[in-house]
Design a protein around this ligand. Structure first.
Ligand SMILES: [Zn+2]
Length: 217
């Protein structure tokens, strides 16, 4: 009688141990999977050559340079800037040249430059670039954002540039399944007064509405 009880107790102990081990294994698997899912870099979108007849010229700067270290990351934001460059001909093509020339001289880079007639694509969307002035902080603009520079050179039509940028931002929201709230200004990350004209004229909300409109079309 006593022996039987012992045997039952021993069996029950084995069951408890087996169950505990199973729960532990499942917990570890769940943690590992969710951790990895959270850290998987965003897959790059399909390439496009234009958005509604505005050409997108892909001309990636050299990899493994200061401007383009090639680190893949998750895309969480679209970060809007203005070049602040009011020199003549400081258009998208000239900023593309600048990035190519300076790629290995400075840790300063971004993904797109937009002017009134074309868009240059300098760095793949799913790689980090250095435009938000916040180093590599965890939820920062450099680590998680696609940087877009809008041209402000004098012969450039700023209103058309805004329209083209809104179209690009809407395309990126769609491609990476982002929300309109993920459209940020440089100022949100480092406090820099950028995009300068848009902020000075109090038109940020208007710009976000433009993106929203393009996004819903
Ligand atoms: Zn900026």
């Amino acid at each position: 009688m006593r022996r039987r009880k012992k045997r039952i107790r021993a069996n029950r102990l084995k069951e408890v141990i087996a169950l505990t081990a199973a729960v532990a294994v499942v917990t570890i698997i769940i943690i590992a999977v969710s951790y990895n899912l959270d850290n998987i870099p965003t897959k790059l979108r399909a390439e496009v050559n234009e958005i509604e007849e505005i050409p997108i010229i892909t001309d990636f700067i050299l990899e493994n340079t200061q401007g383009r270290p090639g680190h893949l990351r998750k895309i969480k934001y679209i970060v809007i800037h203005e070049t602040g460059n009011r020199g003549r001909n400081a258009n998208a093509a000239s900023h593309n040249n600048y990035l190519h020339t300076e790629a290995d001289n400075q840790q300063k880079s971004w993904h797109y430059t937009v002017d009134d007639h074309e868009i240059y694509y300098h760095i793949p969307d799913n790689e980090i670039a250095f435009h938000a002035g916040d180093g590599l902080s965890k939820d920062g603009g450099n680590l998680n954002g696609i940087g877009i520079e809008m041209c402000v050179n004098p012969e450039n039509d700023y209103e058309l540039t805004l329209q083209n940028t809104a179209k690009l931002a809407a395309m990126l929201l769609e491609a990476y399944d982002l929300d309109i709230r993920d459209v940020k200004k440089h100022e949100d990350f480092s406090g820099k007064n950028c995009p300068e004209i848009l902020l000075k004229e109090g038109r940020w909300d208007e710009f976000v509405e433009m993106v929203k409109l393009e996004h819903s079309e």
